[in-house]
Design a protein around this ligand. Structure first.
Ligand SMILES: C[S@@+](CC[C@H](N)C(=O)[O-])C[C@H]1O[C@@H](n2cnc3c(N)ncnc32)[C@H](O)[C@@H]1O
Length: 273
């Protein structure tokens, strides 16, 4: 089968988006993900039977809902190429909003902790931009930590990782606590589309807010006076998260929009004395 026929079949017969079909074919052929021009220049090349079989397998899995990043094993996040697989959430572009905000708030040589680090996306992006920062990252999942630590080693970024339940057992204070915790309500119909990602990364109690409530309760004991708690949350949770932060005594509570214009992150400052 020629390259152009393979791409057409993936799009027309399986309903894949053209970009996904192209990226999977580049992956199959061991070519860089930014080499789509090569596919155009070689559209009449014939795929070796073994490559064709692997491509068909990958495109079928994509059509069945497996995230593209799990199939190619990588995801671009804040200019970093992260290795990802089914042990971690596939990092979302919207989470770059949280990174932008954290970089604005982090003082020189500041201390930061990323709670529920998954692939390490947030912690590693911040450390890359701010090598002066002291960055810690926690996850309860040993599998996720293994992925994050591999990413840190490969990218040469010095982040201190540990396994734990949010801030339990952490005995330091930070200038910034950041987290993209699980925030989907158990039983939410959207979960059906997310079945390939770890449940632990997705759901948090009957209203999706259990983890966020825990983080807001724990954070004051772990923030320097004037330090910030920055949280990502669901599209309809900003108002509730603002209220929870304000009730707990956080000041300057505000939300930021994601790429789609949705209030996606909310933060508060723990007041000085
Ligand atoms: C939504 S994912 C975020 C992953 C990553 N920070 C990102 O933005 O791509 C939430 C993460 O929280 C972790 N997690 C869930 N419960 C936790 C807990 N009790 N303590 C620490 N981490 C937890 C999950 O394992 C998962 O990696």
């Amino acid at each position: 089968m020629q390259i152009q026929q393979a791409l057409s079949a993936a799009c027309s017969a399986l309903g894949l988006e053209r970009l996904d079909a192209q990226l999977l074919l580049l992956h199959t052929l061991g070519r860089p993900q930014d080499d789509r021009a090569w596919l155009l220049a070689h559209d009449s090349d014939v795929l070796a039977p073994e490559a064709e079989m692997r491509y068909i397998n990958l495109t079928r899995r994509r059509a069945a809902g497996t995230p593209l990043a799990y199939l190619t094993g990588q995801r671009e996040f804040y200019g970093l190429t992260l290795q990802v697989d089914a042990r971690v959430l596939d990092p979302r572009p919207d989470t770059e909003t949280l990174v932008d905000w954290a970089l604005e708030r982090l003082p020189p040589s500041g201390a930061l902790i990323d709670l529920g680090t998954g692939s390490g996306a947030i912690a590693l992006a911040i450390k890359k931009q701010r090598p002066d920062a002291q960055v810690r990252a926690v996850d309860t999942s040993a599998d996720a930590l293994a992925v994050a630590q591999t990413n840190a080693r490969r990218l040469g970024l010095d982040v201190r990782f540990s396994q734990g339940n949010w801030l339990e057992g952490v005995d330091e204070r930070f200038h910034l606590i950041v987290s993209n915790p699980p925030y989907i309500a158990e039983g939410d119909p959207h979960l059906a589309r997310l079945g390939h990602e770890p449940q632990l990364a997705l759901t948090s109690g009957s209203d999706g807010l259990d983890a966020i409530r825990t983080l807001i309760t724990q954070a004051p004991l772990h923030l320097h006076p004037g330090g910030w708690l920055l949280l990502e949350h669901g599209w309809d949770q900003a108002q509730t998260v603002r209220a929870l932060l304000a009730q707990t005594g956080f000041a300057d509570v505000a939300s930021h929009l994601d790429l789609a214009g949705i209030e996606r992150c909310t933060a508060g400052r723990w007041p000085a004395a």
